[in-house]
Design a protein around this ligand. Structure first.
Ligand SMILES: *[C@@H]1O[C@H](CO)[C@@H](O)[C@H](O)[C@H]1NC(C)=O
Ligand SMILES: *[C@@H]1O[C@H](CO)[C@@H](O)[C@H](O)[C@H]1NC(C)=O
Ligand SMILES: *[C@@H]1O[C@H](CO)[C@@H](O)[C@H](O)[C@H]1NC(C)=O
Ligand SMILES: *[C@@H]1O[C@H](CO)[C@@H](O)[C@H](O)[C@H]1NC(C)=O
Ligand SMILES: *[C@@H]1O[C@H](CO)[C@@H](O)[C@H](O)[C@H]1NC(C)=O
Ligand SMILES: *[C@@H]1O[C@H](CO)[C@@H](O)[C@H](O)[C@H]1NC(C)=O
Length: 389
């Protein structure tokens, strides 16, 4: 997985003032871990209205925390909010004489509770990390007040309800991690038009198809695994080309053929579309993905030839295509381990290879070949398909 710090550094040019702000938080963060409890005079909310608001917000939050097994919030007492565990202050970007709450990091605190409306008072927050807690309910709409929020990590909690559209109104957001919650229903198409670097929404109960009108997304990491998206991967995936490095669509109930346009994602390092209902051949365009390291097509219904061009990709280290209906491997594709590539070709229809499907199983599928030009999206005719013959 891409490290968070690399994601932050890629956007430094654009958000230089935010980055300085973030750097300050990080420095504080490091400082605090050395057990140094020395605090600046301005850190008290008594003389600083921004910290006063933060004090109100954090006290309101503490009231709706019902379980805190590691006593993380037990020092959330009194006006010195910058000394609270998990709270990080930094100079306010536009007036560095003022301290303000810039980051909250309660990762792995196992806290149970809600997010109250008062969190909207933390209007200077740049980082909110609540990974691995038991926060539940929905996100308050007042979060739209957090106009400097850059990283939002709510992963591994118990949030419910529709996709939290309030995240769409956060103008500075770059990193969105909602995985392992219980958000349900359709994904808003606008999500793909937002200027995000990383989108993690895997392991929720989201349902909608990937929008075919995908705008020019700027995300480098998109992880949708374990949702019931359905539908096809649209050709508009090509609009991610200038940024996309990791695309993980594992177990998302997508069907149809992989579009040739995945081959336009020239920066791709990881492509994992395993455990879906994909049919048809491997688009030859994948042979052009010079940076591709991990390719997983396993557990689909793909067939045809495994093309040499893909097996010869210069950076490929792991190519899994087991549990499909491929019937031929070109050249070295049949012996990838001999060139140092981890490979899995089990349970296909490869005549010369061990651990394949039975002839009966293969015939049942291979008697009905799928023509991806005729049927780009599985069983649905696309009327304006340009490549009819
Ligand atoms: C948290 O505080 C309670 C009450 O003071 C104490 O009984 C418990 O042992 C503390 N737990 C931890 C993990 O420090
Ligand atoms: C900081 O000042 C700039 C220019 O004066 C302004 O555009 C921006 O909105 C201000 N940012 C905040 C967070 O107040
Ligand atoms: C939004 O933030 C401002 C301070 O920047 C605060 O005065 C206001 O009450 C906040 N609004 C909400 C809904 O929390
Ligand atoms: C998978 O998606 C299709 C639409 O493409 C839908 O009809 C079907 O119900 C979905 N499967 C499940 C298990 O929900
Ligand atoms: C190769 O990829 C498969 C599928 O993603 C994974 O299960 C396996 O652990 C990987 N092997 C190595 C050695 O990385
Ligand atoms: C794969 O290649 C290796 C080394 O080149 C060779 O020893 C081995 O017999 C080959 N395996 C198959 C199944 O062709």
């Amino acid at each position: 997985m891409a490290s968070r710090s690399s994601l932050v550094t890629t956007t430094t040019a654009v958000f230089s003032f935010l980055i300085l702000y973030l750097a300050n938080i990080t420095a504080k963060h490091r400082h605090s871990t050395t057990n140094d409890h020395h605090h600046h005079q301005h850190d008290s909310s008594a003389s600083n209205p921004r910290l006063q608001q933060a004090y109100l917000a954090l006290q309101a939050w503490k009231l709706v925390i019902y379980s805190d097994p590691f006593n993380t919030t037990s020092d959330w007492i009194g006006p010195s909010v910058c000394s609270y565990t998990g709270i990080y202050c930094a100079p306010y970007p536009n007036d560095t004489n003022i301290q303000t709450v810039a980051g909250i990091d309660l990762n792995h605190a196992d806290i149970a509770g809600f997010l109250p409306n008062e969190l909207g008072l933390l209007s200077d927050l740049a980082l909110l990390h609540l990974n691995s807690n038991r926060f539940c309910g929905i996100l308050p709409l007042t979060l739209s007040n957090l106009t400097l929020l850059f990283e939002l990590d709510l992963s591994n909690n118990r949030f419910v309800g529709p996709f939290p559209s309030v995240v769409m109104s956060l103008p500075s957001l770059k990193f969105l991690d909602l995985r392992f919650n219980e958000f349900e229903g359709p994904l808003p198409p606008e999500l793909f038009n937002k200027n995000l670097d990383a989108i993690f929404i895997n392991s929720n109960r989201l349902t909608s198809v990937i929008p075919s009108n995908l705008g020019s997304s700027t995300a480098s990491v998109v992880v949708f695994a374990n949702n019931n998206l359905g539908g096809c991967l649209p050709p508009s995936i090509a609009n991610f080309a200038n940024t996309m490095e990791e695309l993980l669509l594992i177990n998302t109930n997508i069907s149809g053929c992989l579009p040739q346009e995945v081959g336009f994602l020239y920066k791709l390092r990881v492509l994992d579309v395993s455990s879906n209902k994909l049919v048809g051949e491997i688009p030859y365009s994948i042979a052009g993905l010079a940076h591709l390291e991990q390719l997983n097509l396993g557990h689909n219904m793909m067939s045809g030839v495994v093309p040499l061009g893909v097996c010869e990709l210069p950076n490929l280290v792991n190519f899994t295509f087991s549990y499909n209906y491929f019937f031929e491997e070109e050249g070295v594709c049949g012996n990838l381990t001999s060139v140092g590539i981890v490979a899995d070709d089990r349970r296909n229809c490869l005549p010369e290879r061990p651990l394949q499907r039975s002839k009966k199983e293969c015939d049942a599928v291979l008697e009905h070949p799928v023509d991806c030009f005729e049927l780009p999206c599985g069983h649905t005719h696309i009327h304006d398909a340009g490549n009819r013959h």
